[in-house]
Design a protein around this ligand. Structure first.
Ligand code: MEV
Length: 308
């Protein structure tokens, strides 16, 4: 079966849509897909069967049609196994798109070239998010830790060592499209405020890169806390997110913030003792798990461009 990673954004979500850099990483949990040529395009997710249809009111149905159209290899029946929470900011929809694209290519014995996979996943993602920056698909496709800008695409980051992280679900899912549109409305109403926030986020993403590359996770944690304050200033945080971040910090996390679009969904915390943070979060009722962000040597990976 083809696989694609879920993702965490350590720094820079929302600002990345406006051209700022962001730092993301793939996580071990993700989505598996298997594709077989068929008479009609179809997705099978557990008991659900969804047919490809460009006019459907169902996003998955239109996304499948868009993905199969981009790949131009004919209709397929694609079976998905989703092993991460959906709608939580962990990149489930991008991981589905990447896994589907890989599965279709593999069904034809074709190589899973990044460019082709990302073009198909981009067509899939645009159905859900309208104007995605491309960071979710990039992390799902590449894994490891990466620096991303809309203009330049991916640059893999080499970490000094593995980074222990904790993910907690801080509230019900929110729509990425709605959260991105909410920030756009704020930017139209208060351009200076949003511009200042975006500039501050850009500065701390740049410092975060240095901290990551030097293994200074305490500094990275402080930058994540500052990023969370700026995201709250953009009105994408919630009481649940603030509470979960507080629990993680009180349990010794270096830093904690929302990850993804906010409005609910997941937080990410980094911590020397992630198990302690997980048990504190669980005892406060937050579903939570540990994941390692793996140090990936940049030497083996070439920077590449992603269509935005
Ligand atoms: C969603 O995971 C990240 C956002 O920045 C949207 C995007 O980059 O497309 C909120």
């Amino acid at each position: 079966m083809a696989f694609a990673n879920g993702k965490l954004i350590l720094l820079g979500e929302h600002a990345v849509v406006y051209g700022s850099p962001a730092i993301a990483c793939g996580i071990q949990r993700g989505v598996f897909a298997r594709a077989d040529p068929a008479q009609v395009g179809e997705l099978v997710i557990g008991e659900r069967r969804i047919s490809a249809d460009p006019t459907s009111g169902n996003d998955l149905s239109r996304a499948l049609q868009a993905l199969l159209g981009e790949l131009a290899l004919g209709p397929h029946c694609i079976t998905l196994r989703i092993e991460l929470p959906t709608g939580a900011g962990l990149g489930a929809s991008a991981a589905m798109g990447v896994a589907c694209a890989r599965a279709v290519l593999e069904a034809h014995g074709l190589p899973c070239e990044s460019r082709r996979v990302l073009a198909a996943a981009g067509a899939w993602e645009r159905v859900f998010h309208g104007n995605p920056s491309g960071i979710d698909a990039a992390a799902a496709e590449r894994g490891g830790c990466l620096w991303f800008t809309k203009a330049e695409g991916i640059q893999p980051l080499a970490l000094a060592c593995d980074l222990p992280a904790v993910v907690a679900i801080a509230g019900p899912p929110a729509s990425t499209r709605e959260m991105v549109e909410q920030v756009a409305r704020l930017a139209a109403a208060k351009p200076e405020l949003v511009q200042r926030s975006m500039s501050s986020i850009t500065a701390l993403v740049r410092n975060g890169r240095t901290a990551l590359e030097h293994g200074d996770f305490a500094a990275l944690g402080q930058l994540m806390n500052l990023n969370q304050m700026l995201l709250a200033g953009l009105f994408v945080s919630t009481d649940g997110i603030e509470r979960a971040c507080g629990v993680a910090r009180d349990a010794g996390a270096w830093g904690a913030k929302l990850t993804g679009s906010g409005g609910g969904g997941a937080i990410v915390a980094i911590a020397e003792d992630p198990e302690r943070v997980v048990s504190a979060l669980r005892s406060e009722g937050f579903e939570s798990f540990v994941t390692q962000v793996q140090a990936v040597p940049s030497s083996g990976l070439d920077p590449m461009r992603v269509e935005s």
